[in-house]
Design a binder for this molecule. Structure first.
Ligand SMILES: Cc1ncc(COP(=O)(O)O)c(C=O)c1O
Length: 282
């Protein structure tokens, strides 16, 4: 058991809830002088994990946890146990990473209309990359649009036009890569106002974006119209499907009315789609 003397009071005020373990367990600020038996560490970790599981398992949490049940988590853990030590940098030693990554990208691209896009236009080849999460999947295309616009259109003050409901990841990307983000107010229906976005497009616009579905309200922007706008303006269109990418294609198969939002639309040039959300892949 941790020594009582090393336990601390949780800070008072609105952030007190963020540090509940300070009162229960020792807080380490340096490597302990003496090692602890692994079972001791495991007991502490189990207690923490159980406390957090109980909260979301009430079924009253929206978002945050994306799960196909504890049995599915147990299956994922069996997979992680086989590969957690693999160093993906060394693909010659660990070609499993190349196989798994390629297959996940191919399956995801197909799910998002890549095959249908290629039927219409043999040049329409969809490729991808696995990233650390939704934010990185949003900001990497921003970098690609910036570099493409610099090389092909000599744009040195790049701008992106987005609805104001777009995820904050776009603000991060804009800050990192020196892109001016023009956030256009949405309409009374909380959806991207395509005409207002058209008016915000200028000579420095490198790309526009929309969400399917968006982070604040779970609504799908009019991606078909944004696709037309992107073609008309000659700029890229990123569809942020971090949240909806692994749901929308399947609810369409169940017969629900889902407007086209993916690579089937000729103006869509990039998408983000989270395996760690409804892909249940963590
Ligand atoms: C629509 C949308 N875009 C981007 C993100 C960012 O994803 P992450 O939190 O994995 O960085 C989220 C996360 O909730 C999201 O819902």
């Amino acid at each position: 058991m941790p020594k009582a003397a090393k336990k601390q009071q949780a800070p008072s005020g609105p952030f007190g809830d963020m540090f509940p373990y300070r009162e229960t367990f020792e807080t380490f600020r340096e490597l302990p002088k003496k090692s602890r038996p692994p079972e001791d560490v495991m007991r502490e970790l189990r207690s923490i994990a159980r406390r957090e599981d109980v909260r979301w398992q009430t079924g009253q949490i929206s978002g945050t946890y994306f799960h196909g049940g504890m049995e599915h988590f147990a299956y994922l853990n069996r997979v992680f146990a086989l590969f957690s030590h693999v160093n993906l940098l060394h693909r010659d030693m660990c070609p499993s990473g190349t196989k798994f990554e390629g297959e996940i990208i191919a399956m995801t691209a197909r799910m998002l209309g890549a095959a249908l896009a290629r039927e219409k236009d043999p040049q329409a080849d969809v490729c991808g990359a696995i990233t650390s999460g939704g934010t990185e999947s949003v900001i990497l295309p921003m970098l690609a649009y910036r570099e493409k616009a610099k090389a092909e259109r000599a744009i040195s003050a790049p701008e992106m036009v987005v609805p104001e409901t777009i995820h904050p990841a776009f603000s991060k990307g804009a800050h990192f890569f020196g892109i001016k983000l023009i956030r256009v107010p949405v309409g009374a229906d909380y959806l991207a106002d395509v005409d207002a976005m058209r008016r915000a497009i200028g000579p420095n616009t490198i790309a526009i974006a929309g969400s399917a579905a968006n982070f604040p309200h779970g609504l799908i922007d009019p991606i078909e119209k944004l696709s037309d706008l992107a073609l008309e303006a000659g700029v890229g269109l990123h569809v942020d499907s971090c949240f909806g990418g692994f749901i929308l294609p399947w609810i369409a198969k169940l017969g629900y009315d889902v407007p086209p939002f993916d690579f089937r639309l000729p103006g869509v040039t990039s998408m983000s789609c989270d395996t760690h959300k409804w892909g249940y892949g963590l």
